[in-house]
Structure formats: C-alpha cells, structure tokens
Design a protein around this ligand. Structure first.
Ligand SMILES: *Cc1c(COP(=O)(O)O)cnc(C)c1O
Length: 570
C-alpha cells in the first residue's frame, strides 16, 4: 500500500509554490512568499481542507548567512537531509528538457494539524542516478543559477508537478498557483484536456481553454514589473521548444517574451492580489483582468511566542483554530499581558546579549526591523538624519536588525554593510544590533521580543508584508508606511502608527525619503517614546488592539476560508 493511499480518495486542491517554508530545519524558503505558502498549508490542515501542496526540494536551500566584521554578507550552502524528515514515493515522473528525459522523484512530507488532519506536501527532486550530473542539480538551489536554470526548475515544478500528482493517483479539482513560477502547469493541463476532434482545420480549436481556466487559481505577489518572471522565446525553444506550439504560447503569455504571470492571468478563473491596495496596483499593470483581493494572513499558532500561547490558552481557549476569538482580548488582565510581553522581550534581549557585547537591557523601548534586505524596503530610512536620531533616541531606544540579501543583490548587501557601520557610529549613544541569518526561528524571537515593529517600504512596492501581522499576534505594535496590509490594519494611535503620507497621496516626490523620515522622527519623538515611558496604560491598550483588531483579522485561517468560498468552490 502506498503511503498516500488514504489521501487519494477524494479530489484535492493542489497548491503549487516554488518555495514553501514550513519549519526551520527545512531551508526551502527565501522570505515572505515561502513563509506565506507554509502558513497556507498549515491553515489548510487545521481547517481539514482537501489539500495537497507541490514544491521543489531545494536540497541546498536558499543560503545560510554569515557576515564578517565589516558587514560583508557571506553565503554558505544550507544543505539539509530530506530523509531525516520524510520518505519518497516509489512513483517517478519525467519531463523533457533540452530533448532528454529528466526523472523526478517525490518526497512526501505531512503537515499535521493539532486535531490530526494531515496535508501532504510533495517535494520534487531530480537528484536521481538516472539523470546526468547537471540535471541532478536542478532542484538544489532556490532562486540560484541563471535564467536557464530557472526555466528548467519551472518546467519541473509546473509540468513535472502535474505529472507527479497524476502518477501518485491524485484527482485535482483546483490548481492554485502561488506566483508565476508554476504557470507551466497550465500548458500541461491544456495537453491533458485537449479536445478529441477528428478533423482539425485550425490547430487552435483543439485547446480547451475554458475547461483549464475553470481549474486554475492564480495569486500574484509583486507590484513591480521586474518582479514578474519572464523568459525569451529563444530560451523557451532551447529548453522545451517542441512541447507546446510557440505561436499559441505567444498569444497566451505575451508576444515579445514569455511572461509567466500573464500566462497565469490568461488561464485562471480566479486571480488574486495579496492586499486591497495591491489589487489596485495589479489592476493597473494588467488592465482588462478581473483581480480580487484576499489579503494575506499568517498562521496564528506558528507565529505566537510561548508566553503569549500561555495567556491565550488561559483566557482565550480555542484561539489557535479560531483566531476570531482574539476579539475578546480585553479579558486578559493588563498585568498579565504586559508580563507575557516582558517574558518574550527578556528572551530576545538575553539572546542578543549572548551573541555580542551590545549589552541591551529589558526596559529600553526596543524597535525591531527584520526582513529581506532589498532596496525598496529602505532598511536605513531610520538613519536618514543620524544627528536627529541621536538627539531623539539616545538613552531612550535600542534597535534590532536582521535580514538576508539575495546573493546577486549588491544594493541589498551594501545595506547590510551600512547598518554595520552605523552600529559602530552610534556606539555609546544608541545600542543597535544585527542578528545574522534571519530565519523562522529568529523571526519569531524578534517579532515577539521587541516593543515596536518598524516597516519602511517605498510605496507602493510592498504588496502585502506579513511580518507586521506576526508582531501583532504577540501584542507588538506596528509603526509602518501605509502600504500593503497596513493600509487595512492601521488605525492611527489605536492599532499603531503610520509613517509618511496617506496612500492616496502618492506623488512623484523625489524627496519622499525625507518626507517619510521626517514623519518617522516626529512621531517617534513626540508620540511613541513619551507613550512608552509615561503612559503604559495607553501602550497596553494599543497592544490589545494589535491583537484584537490586527491578529483577529490578519491570520491565514481567515485567508484560507475566503479562498475556499471565493476561489476554490466557485
Ligand atoms: C515573515 C517573514 C518574512 C516576510 O517579512 P516581511 O516583513 O513581510 O517582508 C521574511 N522572512 C522570514 C524568515 C519571515 O519569517
């Protein structure tokens, strides 16, 4: 009997994602997109959904980050051993790449909910003796290699993924593409559902677009043009040229180049942006398509620290599977809420002090900033006017940073160097630390252990953002630019604070950094620091609102229930 026999008895929703971040010892994610995919699968399990996920094994992970004294990022392979955590199925699938067959095996990992429902996650792997050494490495590096490596990975994920599900005996009622990386699955479905017409005058009649479209759901995650995966048709032809007629593909995925997002848009019955604002931006980039907005959420149980789990269990039993219960956060006594926060904060500060000689303390207002280091996120906005920051913050704030830059992102790497040099410049004034190798474990420590969660992206480039939602689950108050989810979650002085102008006032101001920084300093000096030190009751009310208004809504259970009713069972 196959390890999957009890999972193939009813039709499933198949969720395809290039990266899925489920746990810290599986380095198969790079950032927000992968963590969201992991949270999606976990909520699907908690909600007993008929669900199966497909991704790549990424045997060498994204990378492990080390940083030298000067702040230069060093990338180490994040090798891991899948056999420690899961088994392979006996079935194998193949895809043709550059005219040769590439064999794929499937590792099956089960995500199990607290109530026992399991969702299988299929990790596709080409590291088989049947394959050439080059092909064996195709599922090694997440977002590694060149364009050719990437398109081959996408062939394995999209085409190989559909074939593997068939081989394993799954029946699929919806295919949900998390970003464009998996959009080749559409071509495989078109082949599978080809019409059986005897006399064909025009080849385009044989493709059953309507049937395939009914089966597909697409979520787009980036509001930047360059963020969409694109390939030249030359490369397409080189790698899988005779698989699907180029003439037709150009109609579906773009005349000039193969745009994976466009392919997904054209053949999905339901298209989603990840926040209301992102829906609007996407609508502008892709006029003529109906785009919906199911705003992202995070998995409440995963992103709540131990001390908060304890008080939620005590006062809000059932919260993990019904985060709506956070609406009753007011039943938690102020003292206990604060004590839970201090417990998480002490844990973080002790951890930081064990790593370096920064000597942070428990009672100073602590600001956290951690996410992928990439230019638009403006990790250095806080330091726009260093002297002003010194005046405002000396003796009153301490700052925690963390984040990886993509190995090819020189600007992102420079940002890390800049923060390292600022740590030195501010010595004796403001304590600043940078925690290396941002991952799920350090993320939970940081988002739960600081007092204020800072996010300073350049509008409108943050599609959603999710780390602020994690912070809110731990009563940590957001202080952020009005972009992505924060436009929906923010109530000034109530759930947190905004930075910069309202989202409607996006002008081509070239001094937007200055405007945003100025607002940041004003609020830090006149509102946030005084409230923290002089008005603890107001502060605790805001912590309650972060939980009762933000975590209440921005969780992946709400997100998945909406996907079910609006996208999956339509
Ligand atoms: C949540 C998370 C992210 C995403 O953070 P954003 O602030 O939404 O960009 C990235 N990396 C890790 C490890 C995370 O846990």
């Amino acid at each position: 009997m196959s390890i999957l026999s009890e999972y193939i008895t009813e039709p499933k929703i198949a969720y395809f994602s290039m990266e899925i971040g489920l746990r810290d010892d599986m380095p198969t994610y790079s950032g927000g997109l992968g963590i969201l995919a992991g949270d999606t699968v976990k909520s699907a399990a908690d909600l007993n959904l008929p669900f199966v996920a497909v991704t790549l094994i990424s045997r060498k992970g994204f990378f492990k980050q080390d940083i030298n004294k000067k702040g230069c990022q060093i990338e180490l392979p994040a090798e891991w051993e899948p056999s420690m955590l899961m088994n392979t199925a006996t079935e194998k699938a193949t895809v043709m790449i550059e005219g040769r067959p590439v064999y794929i095996q499937a590792w099956i990992y089960f995500v199990e909910s607290l109530r026992g429902w399991k969702v299988p996650v299929i990790f596709l792997d080409t590291d088989l003796p049947e394959n050439s050494p080059e092909d064996r490495g195709l599922t090694d590096y997440l977002y590694g290699g060149d364009k050719s490596y990437r398109i081959k990975q996408e062939v394995i994920l999209g085409i190989g993924g559909v074939r593997m599900l068939n081989k394993l005996g799954f029946q699929i009622k919806k295919y949900h593409m998390n970003e464009g990386h998996a959009a080749f699955l559409i071509l495989e479905l078109l082949q599978e559902y080809k019409k059986d017409i005897e006399e064909v005058w025009d080849e385009s009649y044989i493709w059953d677009y309507e049937t395939v479209k009914e089966l597909c759901v697409f979520t787009t995650h980036t509001p930047v043009e360059s963020g969409h995966d694109k390939f030249s048709y030359d490369l397409y032809n080189e790698v899988i040229g005779d698989y699907f007629p180029e003439k037709i593909l150009r109609k579906l995925a773009g005349e000039e180049y193969l745009n994976m997002t466009l392919l997904g848009f054209n053949l999905s019955q339901y298209i989603n942006g990840v926040a209301k604002k992102h829906r609007m931006i996407s609508q502008g980039m892709f006029p003529g398509y109906l785009i919906n907005a199911i705003t992202n959420g995070v998995h409440s149980f995963t992103w709540t620290s131990e001390s908060f789990k304890k008080i939620y269990d005590k006062y809000l039993p059932g919260w993990a599977n019904e985060p709506e219960i956070f609406v009753r956060v007011g039943v938690i006594p102020d003292k206990e809420l604060w004590a839970s926060h201090m417990e998480a904060k002490k844990k973080l500060i002790d951890y930081i002090n064990s790593l370096s000689d920064v000597d942070m303390d428990y009672d100073t207002l602590t600001i956290g900033y951690a996410r992928r280091m990439t230019t638009y996120k403006r990790a250095d906005l806080l330091f726009t006017d260093p002297d002003r920051l010194k005046n405002i913050g000396t003796g009153k704030i301490q700052i925690v940073y963390s984040g990886k830059a993509h190995p090819k992102d020189t600007e992102g790497k420079k940002m890390i160097e800049k923060i390292f040099s600022l740590i030195q410049k501010f010595k004796g004034k403001i304590k600043i630390t940078f925690i290396k190798n941002y991952n799920m474990e350090t993320a939970l420590k940081i988002i739960s252990g600081v007092d204020v969660w800072l996010n300073t992206p350049l509008k409108p480039l943050e599609a959603s953002g999710t780390s602020g939602m994690k912070a809110a689950h731990n009563g940590v108050v957001n202080f952020s630019v009005l972009d992505g989810w924060w436009i929906e979650g923010h109530i000034e002085g109530f759930t947190g604070w905004s930075i910069g102008s309202a989202p409607a006032q996006i002008g081509p101001e070239n001094n937007i950094n200055k405007i945003d920084a100025n607002d940041l300093y004003e609020k830090l000096e006149n509102i946030i620091i005084p409230t923290y030190y002089q008005n603890r009751t107001t502060w605790i009310r805001m912590m309650q609102n972060a939980i009762g208004k933000n975590a209440y809504y921005f969780n992946s259970h709400r997100m998945m229930r909406r996907y079910v009713t609006e996208a999956y069972i339509r």
